[in-house]
Each structure stands twice: as C-alpha cells, then as structure tokens.
Design a protein around this ligand. Sequence first.
Ligand code: C2E
Ligand code: MG
Ligand code: MG
Ligand code: MG
Length: 283
Amino acid sequence: SAKEKGRNCYHYFTNSMQEQVERGGQLANDLRYALKKNQLELYYQPIVALGTGQIRKAEALIRWHHPELGMVSPAEFIPIAEETGTIVEIGDWVFRQAADQVAHWRREYQNDFQVSINKSPVQFREGGSDITSWLEHLLALGLPGQAVVIEITEGLLLDGSSRIVIDKLLAFRDSGIEVSLDDFGTGYSSMSYLRKFHIDNLKIDQSFVRNLKVDSDDMILCEAIIIMAHKLGMQVIAEGIENEEQRRLLSAAGCDYGQGYLFAKPLPEKDFSCLLLRHIHVA
Ligand code: C2E
Ligand code: MG
Ligand code: MG
Ligand code: MG
C-alpha cells in the first residue's frame, strides 16, 4: 500500500541520514589522528601556460587514505576539518609539505616554478601566527614568497571587512606570496572585493568550462572574465579543461593558464616528478 511504501521511504531516508551522521562522526574522530598516522598525502595537478604548453605551477590537492573507508575525498573531509578545527594543523602540514616539494622542483626543473595550496577561511579567521612561521619555513629553504600561491574562495572575501582577514591578505602580499581566487563566478558576492583586495589570479570555475562552445553564453562569460581580469592586472587560470576544444577556445580568448584532466589528473608526488622530467625532455 501507499502507506507502507511511505513508511519504507521514511525508514530508508532516516537510515541513510543516520549512516551519514555516523560516518561524519567517525571521520571527525579519525581525522584527529590522520596526520600522526601518515594517512594524509598531497597530490599535485599541473597548471599549464596555454600559450607555450609548459607546466608552470602545480596545485596541491590533499588525499586521505582511511584504513577502513579507503580514499576519502577532500570535498567530504575538509568541511569536517573546518568544523572541528583540525584544519589549522592540516593546513600548516599542507603548507610545509608543498613548500619542501617546490624547493625540490625549483632546483630540478624550473627555478621559477610555483606551488599553489588551498587555504580555508577558517585558517584566516584564527588569529595565529601562520604567516610568520610560513615565511620562516620558506627562508630556511632559501625560497622567495613567490614560490607559493594560496587559493582562497569568494566566501572569505564576503566577510572580508574583518580586520584579521584583511591584515593576513596584506601580509601575504608583502611577502610575495601570490593570491588566487578559486572557483571564480560561483560565489554570491558583488565584485567590489576585486578592487578592495590584492588578488593576483582568477581561477575560472569548472562549471563555466564544462560546456564551453563557440558563441555559447559560457564562452561570452569566460571572455568577459578574462578581459576584466587582465585590465585589473590579474592573470587567469581555467579549471576543469577536459578536451582539446575547451583548451583551444580558452587559449584563443587569451586565458593565461589551464588546469584539468586534458593535461593530467592530480598525481602522487613521484608521478608528478616523472611528468615534469619527461616534460623537460619533450619541451
Ligand atoms: P579546488 O581547489 O577547486 O580543486 C579543483 C578540484 O577539481 C580538485 O578536486 C580536482 O581534482 C578537480 N579537477 C581538476 N581537473 C578536473 C577536470 O578536468 N574535471 C573535473 N571534473 N574535475 C577536475 P579534489 O582534489 O577532489 O578537491 C576538491 C576540493 O577540496 C578542492 O577544490 C578544494 O576546495 C578542497 N581541497 C583540496 N585540497 C585541499 C587542501 O589541502 N586544503 C583545503 N583547505 N582544501 C582543499
Ligand atoms: Mg583550488
Ligand atoms: Mg576550484
Ligand atoms: Mg572548489
């Protein structure tokens, strides 16, 4: 009967919600030990200059190898890390790992190579002295600030009237560390923040790239973003490039860099290093 079906639905729904809550609780708990137990790893995805085809930067993307649940996506565990506060410790680890790695690639591959890391708004809101300790780490490695790029999202700038956020962004600028605005075009905020904050690069969100075709609305939006960014002195990175057509259209529109499965998926450090070495020899 309909009533029975309804009851089944209800039960099914609560069960799955229950499971989600339990999984969330387990993840929150296990995440506290993930770093100590060496379960976290950084993967790297190439960011390619569309004009020359050269790999110029890498975005560091975190992976969690959970002993029972297998690979857990950052889309699932980063929000939990933000809620529980472990993101601060994880964020510092990501920074140090990525900095050590870029020092290596600058020696072995390209002396102006950059590594880009995602920085959570929670890391900004915490008072903390992360910038000072980050700069000390770079100094110890003999690296200039320019070796590192931090990726932030529009959400951070929405409540960017906060003194802490503004001061941290200013400190990054003074240190030479570049700032990229990630997932650009998906936020709700006005664009006034582009004037207010010092932003070096816009990353066009992959939702604009996915269905890119000549004369499509998405194409018009990409072209407008690229023109605006360049006039404001910013460079543009398109995310989610999966085919040759998208690469060609974005390149023709003057987009500076591209990132996506067409070039490579995010790779473990060893595979990324191999890719760079091969790249030197074919380039
Ligand atoms: P994001 O920063 O926007 O990273 C780009 C995401 O798009 C990555 O997902 C990447 O694997 C995926 N991607 C790249 N190229 C393509 C493509 O051609 N097609 C498609 N469909 N997807 C592509 P991933 O690695 O699962 O990361 C998801 C999100 O998790 C990231 O989005 C970022 O917001 C967050 N995240 C990842 N690592 C970190 C981290 O170390 N710290 C913080 N705070 N957040 C992180
Ligand atoms: Mg990113
Ligand atoms: Mg993105
Ligand atoms: Mg994202």
